[in-house]
Design a protein around this ligand. Structure first.
Ligand code: AQP
Length: 333
Protein backbone atom coordinates (compact mmCIF):
# COMPACT_ATOMS: atom_id res chain seq x y z
CA UNK A 1 0.00 0.00 0.00
CA UNK A 2 1.24 3.54 -0.64
CA UNK A 3 2.13 5.49 2.48
CA UNK A 4 0.43 8.62 3.77
CA UNK A 5 1.91 10.85 6.46
CA UNK A 6 0.56 14.03 8.01
CA UNK A 7 0.73 15.84 11.33
CA UNK A 8 -0.53 18.71 13.44
CA UNK A 9 1.04 20.90 16.06
CA UNK A 10 -0.22 20.81 19.65
CA UNK A 11 -0.54 24.58 19.77
CA UNK A 12 -4.06 24.86 21.17
CA UNK A 13 -6.50 22.98 23.37
CA UNK A 14 -8.81 22.38 20.45
CA UNK A 15 -8.33 21.96 16.73
CA UNK A 16 -10.39 24.33 14.64
CA UNK A 17 -12.75 23.63 11.78
CA UNK A 18 -10.00 24.46 9.25
CA UNK A 19 -7.71 21.78 10.68
CA UNK A 20 -10.64 19.41 10.81
CA UNK A 21 -12.11 19.87 7.34
CA UNK A 22 -8.85 20.78 5.60
CA UNK A 23 -6.83 17.87 6.89
CA UNK A 24 -8.31 15.51 9.46
CA UNK A 25 -11.32 14.44 7.39
CA UNK A 26 -8.93 13.37 4.62
CA UNK A 27 -6.68 11.56 7.08
CA UNK A 28 -9.59 9.39 8.13
CA UNK A 29 -10.62 8.59 4.55
CA UNK A 30 -7.10 7.80 3.38
CA UNK A 31 -6.77 5.03 5.98
CA UNK A 32 -8.84 2.80 3.70
CA UNK A 33 -6.42 2.93 0.82
CA UNK A 34 -3.09 3.81 2.42
CA UNK A 35 -0.70 2.77 5.08
CA UNK A 36 -1.20 5.82 7.31
CA UNK A 37 1.02 7.54 9.89
CA UNK A 38 -0.27 10.58 11.79
CA UNK A 39 1.76 12.61 14.23
CA UNK A 40 1.41 15.21 16.95
CA UNK A 41 4.44 17.33 16.12
CA UNK A 42 5.45 18.67 19.50
CA UNK A 43 8.99 19.60 18.42
CA UNK A 44 7.46 22.00 15.89
CA UNK A 45 5.34 23.53 18.64
CA UNK A 46 8.50 24.45 20.58
CA UNK A 47 9.11 27.19 17.99
CA UNK A 48 6.42 29.30 19.66
CA UNK A 49 7.88 28.92 23.17
CA UNK A 50 4.82 27.27 24.73
CA UNK A 51 4.22 27.04 28.44
CA UNK A 52 5.53 23.54 29.38
CA UNK A 53 2.41 22.30 31.15
CA UNK A 54 0.24 23.64 28.35
CA UNK A 55 2.34 21.86 25.75
CA UNK A 56 1.98 18.60 27.63
CA UNK A 57 -1.79 18.95 27.92
CA UNK A 58 -2.21 20.01 24.33
CA UNK A 59 -0.13 17.14 23.02
CA UNK A 60 -2.51 14.61 24.57
CA UNK A 61 -5.58 16.62 23.57
CA UNK A 62 -4.44 16.83 19.96
CA UNK A 63 -3.92 13.07 19.79
CA UNK A 64 -7.33 12.56 21.42
CA UNK A 65 -8.94 14.62 18.66
CA UNK A 66 -7.29 12.54 15.92
CA UNK A 67 -8.74 9.40 17.49
CA UNK A 68 -12.13 11.02 18.06
CA UNK A 69 -12.30 12.05 14.42
CA UNK A 70 -11.91 8.43 13.38
CA UNK A 71 -8.20 7.80 13.03
CA UNK A 72 -8.07 4.13 13.93
CA UNK A 73 -4.99 3.08 15.92
CA UNK A 74 -5.55 -0.55 14.90
CA UNK A 75 -4.95 0.39 11.29
CA UNK A 76 -2.87 3.56 11.44
CA UNK A 77 0.10 4.74 13.43
CA UNK A 78 -0.65 7.63 15.83
CA UNK A 79 2.40 8.96 17.62
CA UNK A 80 4.15 11.95 19.18
CA UNK A 81 7.09 13.35 17.22
CA UNK A 82 9.50 13.72 20.16
CA UNK A 83 9.10 9.99 20.95
CA UNK A 84 10.94 9.24 17.71
CA UNK A 85 14.34 10.97 17.91
CA UNK A 86 15.09 10.23 14.26
CA UNK A 87 12.95 13.26 13.28
CA UNK A 88 15.48 15.66 14.79
CA UNK A 89 18.39 13.62 13.47
CA UNK A 90 17.15 13.63 9.89
CA UNK A 91 16.30 17.32 10.14
CA UNK A 92 19.95 18.03 10.85
CA UNK A 93 21.06 16.00 7.85
CA UNK A 94 18.51 17.75 5.61
CA UNK A 95 19.56 21.18 6.84
CA UNK A 96 22.96 20.52 5.28
CA UNK A 97 21.20 19.94 1.95
CA UNK A 98 19.11 23.14 2.13
CA UNK A 99 20.29 26.41 0.64
CA UNK A 100 20.03 29.58 2.71
CA UNK A 101 18.10 31.34 -0.06
CA UNK A 102 15.79 28.39 -0.41
CA UNK A 103 14.94 28.37 3.30
CA UNK A 104 14.61 32.16 3.27
CA UNK A 105 11.84 32.07 0.67
CA UNK A 106 9.30 30.37 2.95
CA UNK A 107 6.36 32.73 3.21
CA UNK A 108 4.98 31.28 6.45
CA UNK A 109 8.22 32.19 8.23
CA UNK A 110 8.11 35.67 6.75
CA UNK A 111 4.51 36.16 7.86
CA UNK A 112 4.97 34.71 11.33
CA UNK A 113 8.27 36.45 12.05
CA UNK A 114 6.93 39.77 10.75
CA UNK A 115 4.26 39.56 13.42
CA UNK A 116 6.66 39.06 16.32
CA UNK A 117 9.58 41.10 14.95
CA UNK A 118 13.18 39.92 14.51
CA UNK A 119 13.95 39.87 18.23
CA UNK A 120 10.89 37.70 18.97
CA UNK A 121 11.61 35.09 16.35
CA UNK A 122 13.99 32.13 16.59
CA UNK A 123 16.11 29.89 14.39
CA UNK A 124 13.72 26.98 14.97
CA UNK A 125 10.91 28.90 13.31
CA UNK A 126 13.22 29.51 10.35
CA UNK A 127 14.24 25.85 10.02
CA UNK A 128 10.71 24.57 10.71
CA UNK A 129 10.11 23.51 7.07
CA UNK A 130 13.28 21.38 7.19
CA UNK A 131 12.00 19.52 10.24
CA UNK A 132 8.72 19.09 8.40
CA UNK A 133 10.59 17.63 5.41
CA UNK A 134 12.30 15.22 7.82
CA UNK A 135 8.90 14.17 9.24
CA UNK A 136 7.73 13.30 5.76
CA UNK A 137 10.86 11.75 4.22
CA UNK A 138 11.54 9.61 7.29
CA UNK A 139 8.56 7.43 6.40
CA UNK A 140 9.17 7.19 2.63
CA UNK A 141 5.86 9.00 2.29
CA UNK A 142 3.96 9.02 -1.00
CA UNK A 143 1.11 11.35 -0.07
CA UNK A 144 0.72 14.22 2.40
CA UNK A 145 -2.85 15.44 3.05
CA UNK A 146 -2.69 19.11 4.12
CA UNK A 147 -4.42 22.44 3.68
CA UNK A 148 -3.39 25.03 1.11
CA UNK A 149 -1.15 26.88 3.62
CA UNK A 150 1.30 23.97 3.60
CA UNK A 151 1.78 23.79 -0.19
CA UNK A 152 5.08 25.69 -0.22
CA UNK A 153 6.54 23.61 2.61
CA UNK A 154 5.57 20.47 0.73
CA UNK A 155 7.39 21.79 -2.32
CA UNK A 156 10.56 22.10 -0.24
CA UNK A 157 10.15 18.49 0.95
CA UNK A 158 9.90 17.38 -2.67
CA UNK A 159 12.96 19.39 -3.70
CA UNK A 160 14.96 17.90 -0.84
CA UNK A 161 13.89 14.35 -1.73
CA UNK A 162 14.95 14.91 -5.33
CA UNK A 163 18.25 16.39 -4.21
CA UNK A 164 18.98 13.36 -2.03
CA UNK A 165 18.30 11.10 -4.99
CA UNK A 166 20.60 13.14 -7.25
CA UNK A 167 23.45 13.51 -4.80
CA UNK A 168 23.28 10.21 -2.92
CA UNK A 169 21.81 7.95 -5.60
CA UNK A 170 18.34 6.86 -6.66
CA UNK A 171 16.31 5.23 -3.92
CA UNK A 172 17.60 7.58 -1.25
CA UNK A 173 14.20 9.20 -0.72
CA UNK A 174 10.63 8.92 -1.93
CA UNK A 175 9.38 12.17 -3.49
CA UNK A 176 6.10 13.00 -1.70
CA UNK A 177 2.97 14.41 -3.33
CA UNK A 178 0.76 16.98 -1.65
CA UNK A 179 -2.86 15.92 -1.31
CA UNK A 180 -4.90 19.11 -1.14
CA UNK A 181 -8.65 18.82 -1.64
CA UNK A 182 -9.74 21.96 -3.43
CA UNK A 183 -13.12 22.47 -1.75
CA UNK A 184 -11.73 22.39 1.80
CA UNK A 185 -8.11 23.43 1.21
CA UNK A 186 -8.72 26.76 2.86
CA UNK A 187 -11.43 27.35 5.44
CA UNK A 188 -11.80 31.04 6.16
CA UNK A 189 -12.04 33.04 9.36
CA UNK A 190 -15.70 33.87 10.11
CA UNK A 191 -14.91 37.47 11.01
CA UNK A 192 -12.34 38.06 8.27
CA UNK A 193 -13.50 35.82 5.44
CA UNK A 194 -10.55 36.59 3.19
CA UNK A 195 -8.08 35.14 5.74
CA UNK A 196 -7.60 31.52 6.65
CA UNK A 197 -9.09 30.30 9.89
CA UNK A 198 -6.04 30.04 12.12
CA UNK A 199 -5.19 29.32 15.75
CA UNK A 200 -2.72 32.17 15.97
CA UNK A 201 -4.03 34.85 13.62
CA UNK A 202 -7.65 35.10 14.64
CA UNK A 203 -9.07 37.28 17.38
CA UNK A 204 -10.96 34.18 18.45
CA UNK A 205 -14.44 35.13 17.31
CA UNK A 206 -13.84 34.01 13.74
CA UNK A 207 -12.67 30.59 14.83
CA UNK A 208 -14.76 27.46 15.32
CA UNK A 209 -13.04 25.17 17.80
CA UNK A 210 -14.23 21.63 17.55
CA UNK A 211 -14.22 21.07 21.33
CA UNK A 212 -16.00 24.36 22.02
CA UNK A 213 -19.33 24.52 23.87
CA UNK A 214 -22.04 24.02 21.18
CA UNK A 215 -23.78 27.25 22.18
CA UNK A 216 -20.63 29.22 21.46
CA UNK A 217 -20.15 27.42 18.15
CA UNK A 218 -23.68 28.35 17.11
CA UNK A 219 -23.16 31.93 18.24
CA UNK A 220 -19.93 32.28 16.26
CA UNK A 221 -21.66 31.11 13.10
CA UNK A 222 -24.69 33.31 13.63
CA UNK A 223 -22.45 36.34 14.07
CA UNK A 224 -20.26 35.55 11.05
CA UNK A 225 -19.53 38.54 8.84
CA UNK A 226 -21.62 38.51 5.68
CA UNK A 227 -21.52 40.75 2.66
CA UNK A 228 -23.53 43.66 1.41
CA UNK A 229 -26.60 42.70 -0.59
CA UNK A 230 -28.83 39.82 0.35
CA UNK A 231 -28.46 37.23 -2.37
CA UNK A 232 -27.06 33.84 -1.39
CA UNK A 233 -24.61 32.80 -4.07
CA UNK A 234 -21.03 31.57 -4.29
CA UNK A 235 -18.61 34.30 -5.34
CA UNK A 236 -15.30 34.38 -3.47
CA UNK A 237 -14.38 37.83 -4.79
CA UNK A 238 -17.63 39.72 -4.35
CA UNK A 239 -19.13 37.70 -1.50
CA UNK A 240 -16.37 36.18 0.61
CA UNK A 241 -18.51 35.88 3.75
CA UNK A 242 -21.43 33.99 2.25
CA UNK A 243 -19.10 31.93 0.05
CA UNK A 244 -17.14 30.70 3.00
CA UNK A 245 -20.32 29.72 4.87
CA UNK A 246 -21.46 27.81 1.79
CA UNK A 247 -18.11 25.99 1.60
CA UNK A 248 -18.34 24.89 5.22
CA UNK A 249 -21.96 23.84 4.77
CA UNK A 250 -21.20 21.80 1.70
CA UNK A 251 -18.24 20.08 3.37
CA UNK A 252 -20.24 18.89 6.36
CA UNK A 253 -23.61 18.22 4.76
CA UNK A 254 -22.66 16.59 1.48
CA UNK A 255 -24.85 18.84 -0.66
CA UNK A 256 -22.94 20.56 -3.45
CA UNK A 257 -22.58 24.34 -3.38
CA UNK A 258 -24.89 24.57 -6.43
CA UNK A 259 -27.51 22.54 -4.60
CA UNK A 260 -27.24 24.73 -1.50
CA UNK A 261 -27.54 27.89 -3.59
CA UNK A 262 -30.65 26.47 -5.23
CA UNK A 263 -32.11 25.42 -1.85
CA UNK A 264 -31.57 28.92 -0.40
CA UNK A 265 -32.84 30.87 -3.35
CA UNK A 266 -34.95 33.79 -2.15
CA UNK A 267 -33.95 33.23 1.50
CA UNK A 268 -32.00 35.58 3.77
CA UNK A 269 -28.46 35.29 5.10
CA UNK A 270 -30.00 34.70 8.53
CA UNK A 271 -31.72 31.50 7.38
CA UNK A 272 -28.48 30.13 6.05
CA UNK A 273 -26.65 30.94 9.28
CA UNK A 274 -29.27 29.38 11.56
CA UNK A 275 -29.34 26.16 9.54
CA UNK A 276 -25.56 26.04 9.27
CA UNK A 277 -25.18 26.59 13.03
CA UNK A 278 -27.46 23.58 13.68
CA UNK A 279 -25.65 21.47 11.12
CA UNK A 280 -22.19 22.26 12.50
CA UNK A 281 -23.26 21.59 16.09
CA UNK A 282 -24.77 18.26 15.08
CA UNK A 283 -21.66 17.39 13.08
CA UNK A 284 -19.24 18.21 15.87
CA UNK A 285 -21.14 16.77 18.84
CA UNK A 286 -20.08 13.12 18.41
CA UNK A 287 -16.47 14.20 17.77
CA UNK A 288 -16.45 16.30 20.89
CA UNK A 289 -17.95 13.50 23.00
CA UNK A 290 -15.44 10.97 21.72
CA UNK A 291 -12.54 13.39 22.27
CA UNK A 292 -13.66 14.03 25.84
CA UNK A 293 -13.72 10.29 26.45
CA UNK A 294 -10.11 9.93 25.24
CA UNK A 295 -9.02 12.98 27.21
CA UNK A 296 -10.60 11.41 30.30
CA UNK A 297 -8.60 8.19 29.81
CA UNK A 298 -4.97 9.35 29.71
CA UNK A 299 -3.58 5.86 30.40
CA UNK A 300 -5.42 4.40 27.45
CA UNK A 301 -4.32 7.33 25.29
CA UNK A 302 -0.69 7.02 26.38
CA UNK A 303 -0.69 3.36 25.56
CA UNK A 304 -1.93 4.09 22.01
CA UNK A 305 0.86 6.67 21.68
CA UNK A 306 3.51 4.29 23.06
CA UNK A 307 2.48 1.63 20.59
CA UNK A 308 2.46 4.21 17.78
CA UNK A 309 5.95 5.42 18.71
CA UNK A 310 7.29 1.85 18.65
CA UNK A 311 5.94 1.23 15.20
CA UNK A 312 6.97 4.63 13.83
CA UNK A 313 10.46 4.23 15.23
CA UNK A 314 10.91 0.88 13.49
CA UNK A 315 10.39 2.57 10.12
CA UNK A 316 12.26 5.75 10.99
CA UNK A 317 15.40 3.93 12.11
CA UNK A 318 15.68 2.08 8.81
CA UNK A 319 15.34 5.25 6.75
CA UNK A 320 17.83 7.16 8.85
CA UNK A 321 20.35 4.29 8.72
CA UNK A 322 20.03 4.19 4.92
CA UNK A 323 20.71 7.93 4.63
CA UNK A 324 23.48 8.00 7.24
CA UNK A 325 25.20 5.22 5.30
CA UNK A 326 24.81 7.02 1.97
CA UNK A 327 26.30 10.27 3.25
CA UNK A 328 29.27 8.33 4.65
CA UNK A 329 28.67 8.38 8.39
CA UNK A 330 30.42 5.39 9.97
CA UNK A 331 27.96 3.07 11.72
CA UNK A 332 28.29 2.87 15.50
CA UNK A 333 28.64 -0.93 15.56
N1 AQP B 1 -8.01 27.41 7.59
C1 AQP B 1 -7.59 26.22 7.19
N2 AQP B 1 -8.23 25.60 6.17
C2 AQP B 1 -7.82 24.37 5.75
N3 AQP B 1 -6.80 23.69 6.32
C3 AQP B 1 -6.15 24.27 7.34
N4 AQP B 1 -5.12 23.87 8.11
C4 AQP B 1 -4.85 24.84 9.02
N5 AQP B 1 -5.68 25.88 8.86
C5 AQP B 1 -6.51 25.56 7.83
C6 AQP B 1 -4.44 22.59 8.00
O1 AQP B 1 -4.49 21.94 9.27
C7 AQP B 1 -3.27 21.25 9.51
C8 AQP B 1 -2.69 21.79 10.81
O2 AQP B 1 -1.36 22.02 10.77
P1 AQP B 1 -0.60 22.77 11.92
O3 AQP B 1 -0.96 22.22 13.23
O4 AQP B 1 0.83 22.76 11.52
O5 AQP B 1 -1.17 24.25 11.89
P2 AQP B 1 -1.04 25.42 10.81
O6 AQP B 1 -0.97 24.92 9.43
O7 AQP B 1 0.08 26.31 11.23
O8 AQP B 1 -2.44 26.17 10.92
P3 AQP B 1 -3.20 26.60 12.23
O9 AQP B 1 -3.75 25.34 12.84
O10 AQP B 1 -4.23 27.60 12.01
O11 AQP B 1 -2.09 27.26 13.09
P4 AQP B 1 -1.38 28.68 12.87
O12 AQP B 1 -2.16 29.63 13.70
O13 AQP B 1 -0.03 28.44 13.43
O14 AQP B 1 -1.38 29.05 11.42
C9 AQP B 1 -2.40 21.45 8.27
O15 AQP B 1 -2.58 20.39 7.37
C10 AQP B 1 -2.96 22.73 7.69
O16 AQP B 1 -2.74 22.85 6.31
Amino acid sequence: KPRVFSAMQPTSDSLHLGNYLGALVQWVKLQDTHDAIYGVVDLHALTVAPDPSELERRTRRTAAQFLAAGVDPERSIVFVQSHVPEHAQLAWLLSTFTGMGEAGRMTQFKDKSAKVGESGTNVGLFTYPILMAADILLYDTNLVPVGEDQRQHLELSRDLAERLNTRLGEGSAVVPEAYIVKETAKIYDLQEPTKKMSKSASNGKGLIEILEDPKKVAKAIKSAVTDTGSEIRFDREAKPGVSSLLSIYSAIDGRSIEQLVADYEGKMYGHLKVDLADAVVEYLTPVRDAAMEWIGSPDRLDSVLADGADKARGIAQETLARLYDRVGLVPAT
